[in-house]
Write a new protein. Sequence first.
Length: 461
Amino acid sequence: MSTNVDHGQWSSRLAFILAATGSAVGLGNVWKFPYIMGENGGGAFVIVYLVCIFAIGIPVMMAEVLIGRRGRQSPGNSVRALALEAKASTKWSLVGWVGLIAGFLILSFYAVIAGWAVSYIFESAAGNFVGASPEKIQTIFNDLQNDSSTLILWTTIVLAVTGLIVGKGLKNGLEKAVTYAMPTMFLLLLIIAGYAAINGDFAQTIRFMFYPDFSKLTFSGVLIALGHAFFTLSLASGAMMIYGAYLPQKTSIAQSVVAIAIADTVIALIAGMAIYPIVFGNGLEATAGPGLVFVSLPIAFGQMWGGIVFGTIFFVMLGFAAFTSAIAMVESAVAWLVERLSFTRGKAALTAVVSLWFVSMLTVFSFTGAEWAKLDFVFVGKHVSNYFELIDHLTADVLLPLGGLATAIFVAWVMQKEAVAQELNVSEKVFSVWYVTLRWFTPIAVLFVFLNLIGLVSFSS
Ligand code: PHE
């Protein structure tokens, strides 16, 4: 159903870039990228990831922002309006809906991990990392995992704050927060990377991250890189469509998107270079999984001069980065509630975060190891052992690539070319390169990787 709700617009092009970068840069860069790179063998994975960002992620992000700006509503309703414009079936609105649902599901575990980051602000400020051995720091992390009431407390706080900011509207809360948080976090990451380069095993890090060993790369690794490219750019999850819906008409979509993607990629690579020297220098395992960042960085903070201050500021920033992403994940659901049920923003935000709280318990109890949260089956090519792994895999490796695929097909095959060209408003040359990529390369690449993973076609051993 189309609506006439006017959601308002960003106050400037910079505001959009900062907000979208805020959405892109988050736990995905600092928490997830380093550990999945470690689990998938390093350098070769990094190369595939970079290719996915530039050849698939950027074109799809342009498509999403374009849909949002032309539709000016929540993702499902925007796609619906554009399908009507193209005289196509309104069933295409599913493309927007899958995104909205993916964003919601991602936030259900993202809020839990963001809770770890927030709790580490206090661990660090209390001086608990100072001079602590790697074992002691591992114990602090394990204790947090095993304590369901603490996890629930932090998750609740994260969701409550997210709801408050979203309820207040974008301009008042979000624009201000990102203006300061993003540059500060970048600076801190550089300081930590500098520290790590001097005190950790930097040579091995460079070898690990930039000397590809393709024998270590599996097909599932390729799918993970693809899925993470979508995840880290906040694609196929409603976020870029809804942020595009608030974009002033004259802003260049292409330029903004490239800037956002480059900032996101640079931050992920620097995060890797900040974390791995410490991992290798302290004999930690690169394959440690979700706990990697929460163990390796505190070791560095515990040893470095001024570690209490740097560590505390760092986790404050990581918390900020997580919040600016969390907001983006829930915004489309909130916009939809406002459009469809005429809720006020406040009521819509409350409804969304309360429902999210219940779903987030699946992740909380996956980490505490509760019996009921354990699973044991293979789902789309991957063995999952609890709800967190299931939701993570379902979103990052299944819904996001397929959602990106559907978005590409919708914009490049279903929408009228003139409408697309008019909205994008770039030179003819840039347009054709982008259009051909979106029309052919994106769908074929995503399908190829995906079908191979689920074993329908097989090109690898
Ligand atoms: N891009 C965010 C990150 O890397 C995660 C995210 C996914 C945000 C989907 C919004 C929507 O942390």
